[in-house]
Design a protein around this ligand. Structure first.
Ligand SMILES: [Fe+2]
Length: 287
């Protein structure tokens, strides 16, 4: 089994493009074959020159602010903004502030490091900008693949209802899609998941998927049930599950538990989530 828990601050910092550094939380070194997930720091007053690469890249701003230029458009982003750089799209970053810009970065298909440590290709098609437009609230689109997440837009908690599965085996959950095929992503998804507090203390029953999945914790705490092991997790930790890794969650905090979830490859229209309990018996009315 490929599952892995990476605790906050456990990952070493390595060089990235000039002006930035990265902590690769999940990647080929940790058993993943589709995903690479990193925390990235863009230094104050740094510019990341134009580049492109043969994989998709999505980001979620954890702290600080900056300007991302994707093709012809520059966006001024701050905490809780997110976006997608489609495969092959030229892009650049600027941090015009005196504080670091902290990002969660997702890459899929997993970069193959063909030329040493840098899997990106420089381009003059875009240059860094110090000013950009404000992202639209919440909803990104293919022509505007940057958005602003606002937690007040989360729907009320309820049973899971998303592509590839709907049913009661996961309950008390609110989901807000950030990056998926509607935005132009082909290889991965990224979305916000929040489990209510004070409800079912084990809202996510054991299940598995035909794709990789990871959960970057933003708030609250939980027990991750991973192939029979129970591991406490909280904000700043990340859990990775490989294909077919059995996983479920129990909420342990009094506040809601929130994470950024990532999947790759993107879920198929059915057969995306397998709950053994759904297939063992219909006596309880769930099958
Ligand atoms: Fe899952």
């Amino acid at each position: 089994m490929a599952w892995k828990v990476v605790a906050k601050g456990e990952t070493e910092t390595t060089a990235c493009l000039p002006g930035s550094s990265q902590r690769i939380l999940i990647g080929s070194h940790s058993g993943a074959v589709h995903l690479e997930i990193s925390e990235v720091t863009i230094e104050p007053q740094a510019e990341i020159a134009g580049h492109r690469h043969p994989f998709e890249e999505s980001f979620y701003v954890l702290a600080g602010g900056g300007v991302v230029t994707i093709g012809p458009t520059s966006y001024s982003v701050a905490a809780d903004d997110f976006g997608l750089v489609p495969l092959g799209q030229a892009h650049a970053w600027t941090n015009p502030n005196d504080q670091p810009l902290e990002l969660l970065r997702v890459r899929s298909p997993q970069p193959r490091h063909m030329r040493g440590e840098d899997p990106t290709y420089p381009t003059d098609d875009v240059t860094p900008h110090r000013d950009g437009i404000e992202p639209p609230r919440a909803v990104a689109a293919p022509h505007r693949p940057v958005g602003r997440f606002d937690s007040s837009q989360l729907p009320p908690p309820g049973p899971l209802n998303m592509k590839g599965y709907r049913g009661p085996r996961i309950g008390g959950v609110s989901i807000w899609m950030l990056v998926d095929e509607l935005v132009g992503a082909i290889h991965h998804t990224m979305f916000i998941v929040e489990f209510e507090s004070g409800g079912d203390r084990r809202p996510a029953g054991d299940h598995f998927h035909p794709f990789e999945e990871a959960y970057y914790f933003l708030a609250g705490s939980a027990i991750a049930h991973l192939e029979g092991e129970d591991i406490p997790v909280s904000a700043g930790d990340i859990v990775f599950c490989g294909v077919n890794d059995l996983h479920g969650y129990s909420v342990t905090s009094e506040e809601p538990m929130r994470w950024i979830e990532v999947q790759s490859p993107a879920p198929p229209p059915n057969g995306a989530t397998f709950f053994p309990d759904d297939w063992q018996s219909d006596a309880d009315g769930h099958a």
